[in-house]
Ligand binder design. Structure first.
Ligand SMILES: [Mg+2]
Length: 249
């Protein structure tokens, strides 16, 4: 094993690198999506169709998730899922150019609201010396690259692995294995941090990595839940001594 993976660290701790999810882990995607959706619907005169801002934001999110799922399943290209979202959310039979223009209005607002979570950079700082870092995301590489640069943290990650380029998406084990291979590390030497208990943490565990669920909302964990933190501030201690944070804790 050590011959195949020269960068692996042997010994008790074992974790040599952290792979990160981006959206809603390092980057407040839901917050930016909500604010941008409300601004864009208002500017298009569509907000009054809804009973409340909550209802409008929830509908936007639901439609977005449905089309993103079809993109991840290979049924739509990245650009086409954006066009279909524009048609569905505007309720109009847009041409491709019209759909691009309409969705572009949303994207401008979305980018205006791009923010890292307050605990993201401090955690990356605290873990900079002891671990190598990479990203594994189901979003498109060009968008994640642009996003991480805008947040000023692109240079923290030596690997940017994204579903479209890999040809496989989380929760498939092959997605995690491809990201580990890009780091030239075996899965057991890599921790994965993400905001989804199943798609991120359990899937990483199943692929042989150390999956860590970032449960920002403090959801009550189930008895067989994955290793869990509620803030990235807890991550350095967990990585230094993962057994203390095991499922039995
Ligand atoms: Mg996420």
């Amino acid at each position: 094993m050590s011959g195949r993976y020269p960068n692996a660290i042997s010994g008790d701790r074992g974790i040599a690198a952290v792979l990160w999810d981006v959206d809603d882990t390092l980057f407040d995607h839901s917050g930016a999506e909500r604010l941008a959706a409300l601004e864009h619907l208002a500017s298009e005169g569509l907000l009054e169709r809804y009973g409340s801002e909550e209802e409008a934001a929830a509908h936007w999110h639901e439609v977005s998730e449905a089309y993103v799922r079809r993109y991840l399943d290979g049924a739509l290209t990245f650009q086409d899922q954006r066009r279909e979202r524009a048609r569905a959310l505007a309720g109009r039979a847009f041409t491709d150019d019209e759909a691009d223009a309409w969705f572009g209005g949303y994207l401008g607002a979305y980018q205006h609201h791009w923010r890292a979570f307050p605990d993201a950079v401090p955690a990356l700082d605290a873990l900079a010396a002891g671990y190598r870092h990479g990203v594994l995301s189901n979003n498109a590489a060009f968008q994640q690259d642009q996003k991480l640069r805008a947040l000023g943290i692109r240079d923290r990650f030596e690997v940017l692995a994204c579903a479209e380029e890999l040809g496989v998406a989380k929760p498939a084990a092959a997605a995690f294995h491809a990201a580990c291979a890009a780091l030239d590390l075996p899965p057991e030497a890599v921790a994965y941090v993400g905001d989804l208990a199943d798609n991120d943490a359990r899937a990483a565990d199943a692929a042989g990595l150390t999956g860590i669920w970032l449960d920002r909302s403090g959801t009550e964990p189930g008895p067989d839940g994955p290793m869990r933190i509620t803030s990235l501030a807890e991550l350095p201690a967990l990585l230094a001594e993962p057994r203390r944070f095991g499922r039995a804790a």
